[in-house]
Design a protein around this ligand. Sequence first.
Ligand SMILES: [Zn+2]
Length: 406
Amino acid sequence: MSKTHYHSQRLSREKLAALLQNEDVAELSFSALVRLYREEPGLAGFRPDGGYQIDPRNGERIIFNAARARRPHDNRPVTESRVGLPERPCVVCQGQTTGIIDMAELSEGVTFINKNLYPLLFPAEEALPGRVQGLHLLQWTSSLHDRDWHNLPLVDCVVVMERLAALEKLLLTQDVEGFLPEATNPTGERAFVSIIKNYGRLVGGSLAHGHQQIALSNIIPRRFLDNWRFEQERGETFAAYMLRENPPELLVRDYGPAVLLVSYFMRRPYNMLLILKESGRRYLHELSAVEMEAVATGWRDAIHTIRELMPRMGRETAYNVVTHNGPGAGLYFEFLPYTQEIGGYEHLGLFSCQERPENVAAQLRETLGDRRELLRHRKKNFHRKDAKDAKKKKVTTQPSPGSGWA
Ligand SMILES: [Zn+2]
C-alpha cells in the first residue's frame, strides 16, 4: 500500500485538547449541551433571529438567517493563478473552531463533534410560539484534513457512524423541555434530527475539511412530512415500499441488513438510496452492530463511487447526503451527486434525467467491483511482502456482503 502522506494538514492533539469540553456525548445531558451551546463565545454574533415561514403549497419550511451570509468559504476552486502556490490553510486544522462535545479515536487521528459557528438554529432562552428552536452541530469525520468516508478504513467509518448515532440519541431521547412543538405539525413528534452532508462548493459545502451536519429543530422539514404522509396514505414506510417495488436490476450492492440501489424514478445520474431492510428501524441509534456496519459500508461505497464518477463526467465533485429518519421513513439515506443543474422545468417538478437508471446501476456496480479488485491486489502484495508480521497481527478481513455483488 502506498505510504504517501497526501494529507498535509491536520488538527493537532494539543489544539484538540484545548477545545475539548466533553469526551462522550452519551454522558452529556441535554440541558448541559444547551448550556455549552449558549455559552459558546463566537456563536452570539451569528444567531438566527428565530423567524420562519411555511410555504402553504407544500409545507416547506423557510428559516431566515442573514448572519450565515458572512460565513467564510475555503473550498472555491483553485484558480490558475494559485496553481503551484502553497495549500490554503484550513480554519479547522488551525483550531479556529468551537468547543468539542464528543471525541473518539480512529486508526489515525480522531473524529469529533462541535457546534456550528454559523447556526441555522439556536436554543433561545425564552421559547415563544411560532419561533424556531434548535441546535446545529458539526461532526468532523477525521482530524486529518483529507480523510473522509471514501478513504477511511471501514472500522473508522463505523466509529464515525456510531458517534452520529450517539448524538442523535441525545438529541431525541433527552427531555427537550423548552422546545415548543410546532402547531402545524401533524406527526405528534416534537423534535426532529436532520443529518446531512454537503461536499463541494456547488451544493452548499463551505469548508473543504470533511464533515457532517446535525440539526435539531422543533419545526418539521418538508421531507419528514412527506415520509409521514406516505405511511399514512399507503400503510407502509417508504423503505418497505422501495424494497418491494424497486426493480432488482437497479440494485448496486446488498450488505445483508441494508441495500444500496438506484431508484426507478432517479432524477439525476448516480443518485442512490441506502435502505435498511428492517422496516421497524426509524433512527440511527436503534441500529444493531451489524446494521451499523452495513450503513457505514454503504456510505463509504456510495461516496467512493461519486468521487470516482463525477470527474469522469467532467463535473466538479459535489454531492449531498441526507438522512431520512423519524416517522414514516423506515430508515434510509439519499446520496445526491450534483451531476446535472436544476433548471426551470425541474423547479416545476418536471425532471429531465440524462441517463437511464439501469445503465447507472451497472456503472456503479462496476466501479465498486474495481475498488474491491484494487483492495484485494493491495492485500495480496502486503501478504507477500510481510507475511510474518501479518500472521502475528492476525489481519482481519472485511465481511463479504450478504448476497448479490460479492
Ligand atoms: Zn482541515
